[in-house]
Structure formats: C-alpha cells, structure tokens
Write a protein that binds this ligand. Structure first.
Ligand code: FE2
Length: 399
C-alpha cells in the first residue's frame, strides 16, 4: 500500500500512440495531420549511417513536407546541444519536431521544443525551476531502440557537464510528444549489447514504477504488462536480433514501462544511474541494468507483496524473497558490462552515493534510503560485476 493514498493522483497522457511493424511509412501522414510543414528532424550519426534517416525522410517528403535535419545528437545530450538545436529550429523557421533515435534523440527534441517555445536555455527548465507553461511544438517521436520509453514519458533527461549531473526537465504533459510512432522493425539491426542495455532499462522502469511510493492502479497495470513482456521476450530479442515477434513485444514493453512513470519519478536505481551517468559518460541502459538487482535486494523489505507480484510477472516462484536474483541472472545472461567496465571505480563509491542521495528520484523509493545505504548498494553492484568474467568467457566460448 502506497503511503500517499490520501494524496490526489492523476494520470494524463497527451500522446497519440501509433504502432505497427512498418509504421514508419505513416510518418508523413501523422506529421501532416499535426499541420507540420517544416519539421526539424532530430537524430544522431548512428541513425544517419544506418540509413534510417533516409528511410524516415522518404514518407515526409512524399507527404509534401520540407524536413530540416539536425543530426548532432550524442549519447547523454548536454545543455549546449539542446540550446544549439533550438537556435537552429528558429533560424530555419521550423514548425514542428521529429525525433528519430533512442532516448537521447527524443529527449533532445523535447528540450529543443521547450527552449523554442519558452526562450532562454534548457538549464532554466530543470524540474523545480522555471515552469514549462506551454506545450512544445508538435513532436513526432520515432524510437529506434526498445527501452527509454521517452516517446511516451513526460520527461527529458539532460546532462550538465559543469555540475557533472543529469537533470530532469518536465513532469508536465506540456513536454510530451504529440505522437509516438513505434515501428519495431527499426530495432532489428540493433547490436545485442544495445538491445540488452535498453531492454534492462525498460524492465527497470516497470519495476521501479510498480514499487515507487507514487504508484496508482493505472501505472500498476501497464508496469505489470511491461514486466511480463520483458520476462518473456528480452532474452529472445538479445539472442535473435531479427526476431520480429521479440522486437515487437520489447517495443510495446518499452512504451508500457514509459507510461508507468506518469508524472512521477522512478526510484533508487534511476537515482543512482542518472546521477552516476553525469559523472562518467556511460550508456544509461547498461548502467541502470547493472544497478537493478542490488536495488531490488535492498528494496524488497519495503514492499514484499509487490516484489512477489513482480516475481509472478517474470514467471518465477512467487513465494521466495529472491526475486532480485532474477534481475542479477538477467544482467549476466545479457552480458551487461560491470561498473568497472562502464568507467567507474570502487573509490568513487562515497561520491556516487552522495550524488544518488541528492537525486530527486530518491524520494519515491519504496524503502528509506540515504547515502550510507547507497554506499552498500554500490558495493554490491561492484561485487556482482566481478563474477562476470566467467560468464563472458562462457557466452563467447562458441564465437
Ligand atoms: Fe531509464
């Protein structure tokens, strides 16, 4: 039972969710329906090189639109990248946004939209500072990974290199994409490591949002379904990149897990991965996945019945307390890098723990947690990674 049951809760999504294998062909008509004529297409070089940008431009041009490309997005996008994108949007007199890529491209597009409408710099709109009082320009988000859920969330995560943190922007429907256009076909060529990391991110969203203090029946429902899909399909998508059924279900899992956020935050795993991600430029999915099991082990005592339900959703024995071990096994099965491999060192634990304590997502965690507890969780996460070498040797034995 959540502690905040007397607090008014609401759920709102302004996003039209459109999905099918091959849904990209509808990008032109979906954009035209929003009266977009000159969209800024926000993407990264990986998408350009994979030929996906060209694939996306075809239906846009066929529908009579004049797309302008901003392909400078990089992983963990920073303030400068977003502000420069907003300046380009204005200079090119764009009237809408199309994001093609993973969470970095979609979050960048959201940030560009906020600055294009409100002015200034994206740093001013960190959650709790200047309000985002108006809706961003029409944004069609086309995810090419299955993990972030940013296509349907009310958040963007931006990196501040000076403070060495990632900060949240949003918590309001004003930042949400207008259309989430989800085509599982776009993820079939993802490298296995990206499939693993982004899929673990989706699973973490679902588990954290299901157990966080702010959960409500609607978010519970979508979170449970996302967990079921991850439990059934993540390993298949990882092992068989071209298995469209697995890709379809993981795309839906990412969307459902994104919806499970609502207007609220996640919990300790995201407080840790988000704050640590500002220290070293590690991929968010792998880092989050590596932290999930130790956080679940720690959090179990706060919501034992909910963790039993998670075990059931993942197809496990519901009576035991060790559902967190399933997450640890998953990180090994999916060859998620250790914290050391992701660029972190044990002597950074006190600093990382302090940053996690200060992260706003700590607030909703199902068990009281402070810097001291975070140190213990980090120690467990480093320790778990040390066993990895054996797994890697086995995983690669046949290759
Ligand atoms: Fe995440």
């Amino acid at each position: 039972m959540a502690v905040l049951d007397s607090v008014l809760k609401a759920y709102q999504s302004p996003t039209r969710m459109v999905h099918a294998i091959g849904a990209l062909s509808a990008l032109g008509q979906e954009s035209a329906a929003l009266n977009i004529k000159r969209p800024l297409v926000v993407t990264d070089q990986g998408i350009v090189k994979a030929g996906l940008l060209d694939e996306a431009l075809k239906p846009l041009r066929a529908a009579g639109l004049e797309p302008v490309v901003y392909d400078q997005v990089r992983a963990n996008p920073g303030i400068q990248l977003v502000d420069a994108g907003a300046a380009y949007y204005k200079k090119e007199r764009c009237d809408g946004l199309i994001a093609i890529g993973g969470g970095s491209s979609i979050d960048s597009a959201k940030g560009i939209g906020v600055v294009a409408v409100h002015g200034g710099s994206i740093v001013q709109y960190e959650w709790g500072k200047d309000p985002i009082h108006s809706r961003i320009p029409p944004l069609v988000a086309v995810p090419t990974t299955a993990g972030t859920g940013s296509e349907v969330t009310l958040w963007a995560v931006i990196t501040d290199p000076d403070r060495k943190i990632k900060f949240n922007v949003g918590g309001t429907p004003n930042i949400a994409s207008w259309v989430a256009l989800i085509d599982p076909q776009l993820s079939v060529n993802l490298p296995a490591g990206v499939t693993a990391g982004t899929g673990m991110d989706a699973l973490t969203h679902a588990i954290e949002c299901y157990t966080m203090a702010y959960h409500q029946p609607f978010t519970d429902a979508v979170a449970i379904h996302a967990m079921e899909y991850c439990g059934r399909w993540l390993r298949v998508a990882y092992a068989q990149g071209h298995n469209l059924e697995a890709r379809y279900h993981m795309s839906m899992a990412a969307m459902l897990a994104g919806l499970s956020y609502g207007t609220d935050s996640a919990g300790a795993a995201h407080a840790m991965s988000q704050s640590a991600g500002g220290v070293h430029d590690a991929p968010h999915g792998a880092l989050t996945g590596r932290l999930l099991a130790p956080v679940m082990e720690y959090n179990y005592a706060g919501e034992p019945e909910r963790f039993a339900r998670i075990a059931q959703a993942l197809g496990l024995d519901t009576s035991n307390k060790t559902v967190w071990k399933a997450a640890e096994v998953a990180t090994e099965d999916l060859d998620i890098p250790s914290l050391n491999e992701l660029g972190f060192a044990e002597d950074e634990i006190p600093m990382l723990a302090k940053k996690a304590e200060e992260d706003s997502q700590t607030i909703g965690n199902p068990r009281d947690v402070d810097a001291h507890n975070y140190e213990k969780i980090y120690a467990r996460a480093f320790e778990a990674g040390r066993h990895r070498k054996v797994t890697r040797q086995l995983a690669h034995a046949g290759s």
